[in-house]
Design a protein around this ligand. Sequence first.
Ligand code: DGJ
Length: 724
Amino acid sequence: MSAVQVEGKRFTLHGDSSSYSFYVSEHGDLIHSHFGGASHSDPSPAPVIPDGGWLQGNSTAYGRAQREFPDNGNGDFGLPAVRVRHGAGTTVTRFLYDSHQVVEGKKGLEGLPATFGDGKSATTLLITLKDKVARLTATLSYAVFPAHNAFVRSFKIYNGSDQDVVVEAAASFSVDLGHAAEGRDMLQLSGEWAREAQIITRRVQSGFQGFQSLTGFSSHLHNPFLGLVSPHTTETTGDAYGFSLVYTGSFSASVERNATGIDRVLIGMNPLQLDWTVSPGKSFTSPEAVAVYSDKGLGQMSRHFHRLYRDHLSKSSWTHKDRPVLINNWEATYFDFDEEKIYNIAEKASEIGCSLAVLDDGWFGTKYPRNSDSAGLGDWKVNENKLRGGLDALVQRIGKLKNDRGESIKFGLWVEPEHVNPASELFEAHPEWTLHAGANGQEYPRVQQRNQYILDLSQVAVQDHLIKVIGDILSLTAISYVKWDCNKAMEQLPTPSVGHAYILGLYRVVDTLTTRFPDILWEGCASGGGRFDPGLLQYWPGSWTSDCTDPVDRLHIQTGTSLVYPPSSMSGHVSASPNHQTGRETPLAFRAHVAMLCGSFGLELDPNHFSAQEKKDIPGLIHLSERISPYIIQGDLYRLARPEQTNWPAFLYLKPDGSGVLLAYQIHNKINTSSPAIRLQGLEPGRTYKVDGVEYKEDTLLSAGLRFPWKGDYQSKVVFIDRV
Ligand code: DGJ
């Protein structure tokens, strides 16, 4: 059976264990009828609440319906998915069904990141709606990836009138979920710098609840993800819906419960920063959003996202490959280094088994040397007072080093192309390239953060400049890895829509460079996880998860991030103890075992300061990380116990061949407390598994679980689960 079922004007998209249905009403409106578990016949229609008559109140028939693409006006008093200003300022639209088309596969979107799939993995349903008064066409694109129970939507507004129109709101996904007797809880991933992706849950109440980013980027504050679960949903049981926006700019996500108990979910660009003019004959395309459904709790919801994003979003040649173990000098030296120090770190790192040396911030700037965060940003010329002989000489020298497997050491470089210090040659030459606002010939005071301004990537000249300067560095020097940082939000947008134009410009720059240098391992970073979003995941295989390298805090940050993003896309580094951000002291093995939960493992340490014990232990930990890597890169993640729920968090990764690795932790020592059993998940029924030399039946591992004798604070274990 096709994944898209069309009967007259009734449409159902089928996932392997989920369905999404809507139909065209007698008036031509799109009405939603089901999103949830599999449903192969027409859902019983929602009882129509009569309008008028003895029923009084504000809700009209429109407001009582589950609307598939809520527009503005006509008596629906909820937030619209689309709002367009047209004619003499009218914002009422009425989009009615015109036609539909089913297309095999799922195409990308022009200029925007998007999921993709061939006819075997995805089917697309295109629905065309028309507003004959405003002379606008809305084409809704729904794609279903059945194996991932994922439904992807975006839409295009075409202006068929003879005047400009302005798009003021564009929620990529909107769904009116029917009244749930037991209620619903809403989940979000919120935080700040060094405390990203904390899982926050709240009960959905009557009225509006939501969160947003106005930073111009997806941000540290809130991730562009909204979860909706039943009150008793766990990691393994219950309904779990996830909505994830494939976009890097400001966004808004909300649930609005109306008077009749319908929950309207919206996720899309932030309307406060959208005011997009569409000329006659032109169109506007919204970013796309992905909705997944799981009837087996949050764990399965995450695995749907992970597989979809690995196989049908990320375009990097590295996505399915093990990443090199790296050493990064940031926490070892900060800005205080020269070529000898960097070479020395790389040399010592090669001796203990690293294969990539990354040079972080501070290597550039000649007139304004980058010796602190107050100067040089924007001037991508090597500072030869610091790196005598130049960058290429250092890269070549490091390239002659070999690690313990005889591999040459590769070189990685940090850049922050989108920003500029006022103390820079670039700013002196092009002050007009920075984002700032003013009126009547006067400027508002410019807002600095970390002593920097943000370049205006909505300008093609700025985009071209970045493509040239970064492209030149990468063509002239043997760089194998690029860490692309971004340490400032867009505090001062001259007009609401410049933020979106910037993001489109950023995608152009990043797409051009990643296409030109496909073998480079690109890593996103925005003061840590400030742009950990599906948009940039299209071009880069992953992102630095957080500037917080403390392993206890990292357990929380990485767990939250894993709700949506594949662990293969996260980076984790072993840093010093006491930790530079929290001051906490933790054992080396614990720090390493937490970093190993991520697809990209590395050290952020100065090997010159290793103790004798560390020198002895680190090579073994590096080899262990390499052994674990295929489980993280290719495997499925099972969050057996989450750190915000227990003192004994545990995570299992199962490879496609059925073998697994368990990483388990005790955060604090507990006197006179027995540690709970760790019950595994996802094993093949009836099979036998070998754990630490002992054979267990699958049901024993699932039911009775494994127990470990823990002793002390910050303890950890890595256990391989081999299928016999
Ligand atoms: C913020 C990043 O997240 C850090 O890892 C480091 O690269 C600094 N910027 C450098 O300025």
